[in-house]
Design a protein around this ligand. Sequence first.
Ligand SMILES: Nc1ncnc2c1ncn2[C@@H]1O[C@H](COP(=O)(O)OP(=O)(O)O)[C@@H](O)[C@H]1O
Ligand SMILES: [Mg+2]
Length: 310
Amino acid sequence: MIEVENLTKEYGEFRAVDNISFTVEKGEILGFLGPNGAGKTTVMRILTCFFPPTKGKAIVAGYNCFEDSLNVRKRIGYLPQRVPLYEDMKVSDYLRFVAAIKGTPTKEVNRKAAKVMDDCGLSDVSSKLISTISGGYRQRVGIAQALVNDPEVLILDEPTVGLDPKQIKEIRSLIKELSGKHTVILSTHILPEVSILCGRVIIINKGKVVAEDRPENLATESAQRMLLRINGDTEMIEQELSRVDGIQGVEREHASGDANGFIVVLEDEKQGRQGIQAMIERNRFELMEMRLLEVSLEDIFIKMVTKEEA
Ligand SMILES: Nc1ncnc2c1ncn2[C@@H]1O[C@H](COP(=O)(O)OP(=O)(O)O)[C@@H](O)[C@H]1O
Ligand SMILES: [Mg+2]
């Protein structure tokens, strides 16, 4: 459905996107993960025909984004990072307006706008002015305008940025419902977001693809860390921990102010756990807490970058 080949975009001397290639299959939700400035928005702007690439090509639904942009634009819905909304229009009028300018036949405009308001949970605010609705509803209006002409492809640029936790949850479940019916590319700098929503993830950094995988594989590929609280002689515990098989490194955990906190980097989780248990029993220490720490985007980056350099 989407094919991107050796895409490069330069702003003057600066290369924001550097020879990126990927494909997205029909019905897939692809996560575009990367820190601020990685080049996510730039790729999305090329896909939505906002500007052409410096080099390379992008094909959406069989049409070239540069040579056949009208046909691409008909098949794409775009939620930009900052949604430009007409503040003094009512939600329903705005969506009818967008449907009309996207070429919906006049007699279908009302039906399409009503359907998208229903799908996006906007029926309660349909007659309110856009300037008066909350951030979560604004974001829904943004998604609704992208969906109103029922496009095959949806491009969502950081759809949950700036929302509160409850709104984030609602927007995520809305996006989840879109999969299957639409092909979606979604950008984010939040790792758990891609695990929840995406079947596949592309990580970009400084304009380059540094990894591509299923989200669960990305998490397992990076080094697991475990938090331990053990009562006993701290120096001795640290030394003993560093000798356990399956453990790569040991650090004191300072954040909690508890002298008995340690963070270990695991090489082999099962072996590490068993070794720690045995070491504690042998020394008659007391285990107070043992839990895996969640893998963060930072952890994955560190792993990817060190892998590249090696
Ligand atoms: N119009 C522009 N002119 C010059 N530089 C830009 C422009 N837009 C983006 N950039 C730069 O290109 C890089 C990638 O930006 P962007 O695609 O917005 O990244 P992301 O969306 O991943 O945060 C950044 O370093 C940004 O400062
Ligand atoms: Mg961006």
